[in-house]
Design a binder for this molecule. Structure first.
Ligand SMILES: *[C@@H]1O[C@H](CO)[C@@H](O)[C@H](O)[C@H]1NC(C)=O
Ligand SMILES: *[C@@H]1O[C@H](CO)[C@@H](O)[C@H](O)[C@H]1NC(C)=O
Length: 199
């Protein structure tokens, strides 16, 4: 009898835990995913590898293999929450599987972070929601560049055709640095709108 009660109680507890976790996700459905590929721009071999990898991703976009993915610009050096250089491929959920397969098979020596895009930008970058190919990179989860909550989940924008060769650190940083100490992700541009502008 006691054992039965324990089992019933555990089952009920399980339902409560599962349903509250599902509610959280239900409110912030995943519309899209980011694949961030990290590299060290001072290492010529890694630079050659990441450039070749980015060009391979570009080729897959151009030939229609990734119909709803778009390549964002390079970010050289710190671009919180990312501590080292990286670029991201943004894929709407419809193209997630093909892009995930391609990264799995071709990331080589490069570390890749995979994270969802929901209304909870900060949560999306935490260990509970991300996965890695290759060695994980420590992220600055407290970076004020991440929004605690957005009004709606964002699909991927279609980015302009950014160059596939690595830019200089100077050219990249002038564009990417967020305003230090602010809660707003404005990247020095007061007209920046996280819901409508590519980022
Ligand atoms: C992602 O989906 C949105 C909404 O359907 C669409 O406007 C956008 O062009 C898509 N992005 C890409 C990269 O295809
Ligand atoms: C990974 O690194 C090793 C050497 O450390 C190199 O031989 C190999 O070609 C690299 N892989 C790719 C895909 O570049």
């Amino acid at each position: 009898m006691v054992a039965k009660l324990v089992i019933i109680s555990l089952a009920l507890l399980g339902c409560v835990v599962v349903s509250s976790a599902q509610d959280e996700w239900f409110d912030s459905e995943i519309e899209a995913w980011h694949f961030h590929t990290y590299f060290f721009e001072v290492n010529p071999r890694i630079s050659a590898e990441v450039t070749a990898f980015r060009k391979a991703l570009r080729a897959k976009i151009n030939d229609g293999t990734f119909p709803e993915c778009s390549l964002n610009d390079w970010a050289i050096g710190w671009d919180g929450p990312h501590p080292v250089s990286q670029f991201e491929l943004c894929c709407n959920k419809t193209s997630f599987a093909v892009a995930h397969s391609f990264h799995t098979q071709n990331h080589g020596n490069l570390s890749v972070l995979v994270h969802p895009l929901t209304t909870l930008d900060q949560e999306d970058h935490k260990a509970t929601r991300v996965s890695w190919m290759g060695a994980p990179v420590v992220l600055d989860e407290e970076c004020p560049c991440l929004y605690p909550i957005l009004p709606k989940p964002r699909p991927c924008p279609v980015y302009p055709d950014y160059a596939d060769e690595i830019p200089t650190a100077q050219a990249s940083r002038s564009k990417f640095l967020p305003i230090p100490g602010t809660e707003d992700y404005q990247r020095r541009d007061p007209s920046f709108n996280i819901l409508t502008d590519p980022y």
